[in-house]
Design a protein around this ligand. Structure first.
Ligand SMILES: Cc1cc2nc3c(=O)[nH]c(=O)nc-3n(C[C@H](O)[C@H](O)[C@H](O)COP(=O)(O)OP(=O)(O)OC[C@H]3O[C@@H](n4cnc5c(N)ncnc54)[C@H](O)[C@@H]3O)c2cc1C
Ligand code: SF4
Length: 330
């Protein structure tokens, strides 16, 4: 592991200035991903700027009626917040489905959004990997890929994004706020993660050196009836092999509003807009839910060993939407 310096930032502008002054420096949140990558030699920062004591640890109402979540709020505090639990239950469920209690106590919102893929080749320095070493190749396409992408991938990279929280945020139309040395910015989560294309090493639209300051959730009455369902290879402490975040508003048996996003199927949380357009205005029944899933999954391009995800996601969509529709009918 490379020797590195450590500094604790006291305010946002100080943190941003420290990073701007040193291209080899990285922000440190809970360290639960970055430090592992440093131990593996994938990340080799010369300096860490610890952001955990910045005044970004609040969850507050916005004037528009949504919620603003600070970047250094821990995953545990986010999941437990009464307003998040009441108004955006899928977000609480997604966060609680991730990692372990100890990790969630350390992990921050900003760090969770920027955690790196768990593709085994990415952390194996003896193997090529376009994401870690641009232009070196992608061995996963013909190698081990049973948990890789079925949507939106290219031959340059077929890795999936690992965050559970991000999937719920995608369904809820969240936006990420950030600050650089010369401006503040806001990026809807739909634009925050970049398509893979031929540059899988470029993962987000964040400007260089930007500090994530928070996440804004818009008001969304539909989100009060929302759910996150994750399938994994063991019951806890494991990343998703597929997941679904869904919100459904049903009146007189007809879908009035719907939000749907998939996890562990693409390089980014996958907002299922084709499925949503089938759902809205249609009868809230199993036939509609299956047709909606098929509309989204028509774009799936599975690899030889991950075609099971197409069936799995379809079944998850039908199951979760059926539960939400039954709940609405009670
Ligand atoms: C064993 C294990 C199991 C896990 N299981 C799951 C799981 O099932 N589901 C899941 O979603 N996650 C899982 N995780 C991942 C965990 O959720 C992430 O490691 C964690 O959320 C990262 O947050 P952090 O604050 O520790 O980030 P860090 O490790 O501190 O940072 C991650 C990245 O974000 C950058 N960063 C941090 N804060 C900011 C900021 N404010 N602005 C700009 N950049 C910033 C860092 O520079 C770094 O590049 C697991 C992790 C482990 C170790
Ligand atoms: S899938 Fe992406 S992360 Fe995995 S080896 Fe290929 S380029 Fe690297």
């Amino acid at each position: 592991m490379r020797e590195f310096g450590y500094q604790r930032a006291g305010d946002v502008s100080g943190a941003v200035a420290l990073i701007a002054a040193d291209p080899d420096a990285r922000y440190l949140g809970g360290g639960t991903n970055l430090v592992d990558l440093m131990k593996a030699g994938v990340e080799r920062p010369a300096r860490l700027v610890d952001v955990r004591e910045l005044p970004l640890d609040g969850i507050e109402p916005t004037p528009e009626g949504g919620l603003r979540i600070g970047a250094t709020v821990t995953n545990s505090d986010l999941a437990a917040h009464p307003e998040v639990r009441r108004r955006y239950p899928a977000l609480t469920q997604a966060v609680l489905a991730g990692a372990s209690g100890q990790l969630r106590n350390m992990a921050t919102v900003g760090g969770n959004l920027l955690q790196r893929t768990r593709c085994g080749y990415f952390t194996d320095l003896s193997k090529p990997c376009n994401k870690r070493a641009p232009g070196s190749g992608c061995p996963a396409v013909t190698g081990e890929h049973h948990n890789h992408a079925i949507l939106g991938a290219t031959d340059h990279c077929v890795a999936v994004h690992p965050s559970d929280m991000g999937v719920a945020l995608a369904a809820l139309d969240a936006a990420v706020t950030y600050e650089t040395s010369d401006r503040q910015g806001k990026s809807p989560i739909a634009d925050f993660y970049l398509p893979v294309g031929d540059t899988p090493h470029r993962e987000t639209a964040l400007p260089p050196g930007a500090l994530i300051t928070g996440v804004v959730l818009p008001p969304a009455p539909v989100a009060a009836r929302s759910r996150y369902r994750k399938v994994r290879e063991r019951a806890s402490y494991a990343f998703a092999i597929a997941s679904v975040a869904a919100a459904l508003d049903v009146e007189d048996g007809v879908v009035r509003d719907a939000r749907l996003a998939f996890g562990a199927v693409a390089s980014r949380p996958w907002r299922a807009r084709a499925a949503e357009s089938v759902l809205i205005g249609a009868p809230a029944d199993g036939t509609t839910f299956g047709t909606a899933a098929d509309a989204e999954l028509a774009a799936a391009r599975p690899l030889p060993d991950n075609g099971y995800k197409v069936t799995l996601v379809r079944n998850l969509v039908v199951a979760v939407l059926t539960e939400l529709a039954e709940e609405a009918a009670r």
